[in-house]
Design a protein. Structure first.
Length: 234
């Protein structure tokens, strides 16, 4: 066996919500709590299906701050579900985002990647202040953070990825994400290596077959550590 002498990747960027943060749990919990105030009980799966349908539509219409995307998407999803909540009250969703928590495997896996010498980054469809609030849940720092607010567009539009490519110069770069639609497909089109964090066991979309596929971020960390030479622990 030829010994490994260098890291496979210098930099790993992540989509945040759905990949590192349990965004389905955050969304479903926020809807349930707000609807309960009106005496309305919502089916969790129906909420997530409705929200997954409307949010890409809202993002595609035009650039608007992500707080507004969340509020508008919550309002449209609520109408689909028969919950006649006023638009103003749908601010419950952006207000809840700073409380959304990481998946159980996230922080340990990020620490292992950092210990293996990888620089870490986030490419997220979010506002700067919201990602700043979310970063308080992580136990590692990130060298690169690119938001929709910075590039004035939402993935799967290419601006997050082209901006990252400009900023990292020639670093060996891997992008890891749960969303095949928002991340893997556009990265493949741009020739950016991807790791699909396929937490739900989905099938890839056309153009969405990744270089790597893992069940969670822990699987990615185990792979990177296995392909990284021994180095002194921090």
């Amino acid at each position: 066996m030829i010994p490994v002498t260098e890291r496979v990747y210098d930099l790993i960027t992540f989509d945040c919500y759905g990949t590192l943060i349990d965004w389905e749990g955050g969304i479903a919990g926020a809807f349930a709590a707000a609807a309960a105030e009106d005496g309305v009980a919502l089916d969790r799966d129906a909420v997530l299906r409705a929200y997954a349908t409307v949010e890409p539509q809202v993002e595609h219409e035009r650039y608007r701050p992500y707080r507004e995307v969340l509020q508008e998407s919550a309002h449209r999803a609520a109408q689909m579900l028969g919950w006649r909540v006023p638009y103003e009250r749908c601010a419950f969703l952006p207000l809840s985002l700073p409380r959304w928590t990481p998946f159980a495997d996230t922080n340990a896996a990020l620490e292992q990647l950092a210990d293996a010498g990888c620089r870490l980054g986030i490419l997220s469809n979010v506002d700067d202040d919201l990602i700043a609030a979310t970063r308080r849940h992580f136990t590692v720092d990130f060298d690169l953070v690119i938001t929709a607010q910075q590039v004035r567009s939402y993935k799967p539009a290419p601006a997050h990825f082209t901006t990252a490519r400009e900023r990292i110069a020639g670093a060996r770069w891997l992008h890891a994400a749960q969303s095949n639609f928002h991340d893997v497909v556009p990265c493949n089109a741009l020739g950016i290596p991807t790791a699909w964090i396929n937490r739900k066991g989905e099938q890839p979309l056309p153009g969405g077959v990744p270089v790597h596929e893992f069940r969670d971020v822990a699987g990615l960390a185990a792979y990177i550590r296995s392909a990284t030479p021994d180095r002194p622990r921090r």
